[in-house]
Design a protein around this ligand. Sequence first.
Ligand code: KIV
Length: 257
Amino acid sequence: MPKISLKKLNFLKKNKIGISALTSYDASFAKLADNCGIDIILVGDSLGEVIQGNPNTHSVTMNDMCYHTKIVSKAIKKAFLIADMPKNSYKTKNQALKNAKKLVAKNMADMVKIEFQEKDVEIVEHLISHNILVCSHIGILPQTIKNKSDYKKIGKTRSEANRLINEAMLIEKLGSQMLIVECIDEQVAKIISEKLYIPTIGIGSGKSCDGQIRVIYDIFEISFNGVPGFLKSKNKKLNPMKIILEKYITNTNKYKI
Ligand code: KIV
């Protein structure tokens, strides 16, 4: 199967075929997701939490992102690869371009992602004008939030909803080719997904986005800072990773006797 292109992702949106996306940070999980047929892999700065064990993503550096993007890109054959620009790596347009180039160099990432705020208009324009594909992230922006407990759904009031819809339309107009919507009201996510031509990928934003993204460790319910409420299984004993590990530990004890 050929590598998934942006054209293919736009085709999936147009034909209402769900786009699947997952984060990965290492070769083994990336290969597993790729072999299972995932459309998009994001090397997310969530690695600050799930790999580094920090309370948030703020400490992640460009060196971290380059390291993880390199090892993931070497391990996958088909998935479209996005790499996060970490906090403080896109404060000016020149800094953003220099850092984005590091992530897309030598066929590593296909696209970079930024957490979009009003001040980032010229950053997006600058990257696009230098042929860097950009995914913008709206809604809850983890780079501005200290702890998981600060997460709350946004877009419930009319003014917040209008702000998000206008922001999404501006982002498309600026030339961003994809939008991540995190933790926003389902109705607002639906309106945004219907209004935009570019694919919208949701997390904690309901079922109406063009695709869904999850942190891979959340799927296995092993994330360091806990799993988001919308993903927790009712029966904790069914966690597949725990079952495999517990079986291994029990068997190891048996061999000792
Ligand atoms: O860093 C990350 O994993 C992300 C996803 C939650 C979308 O930005």
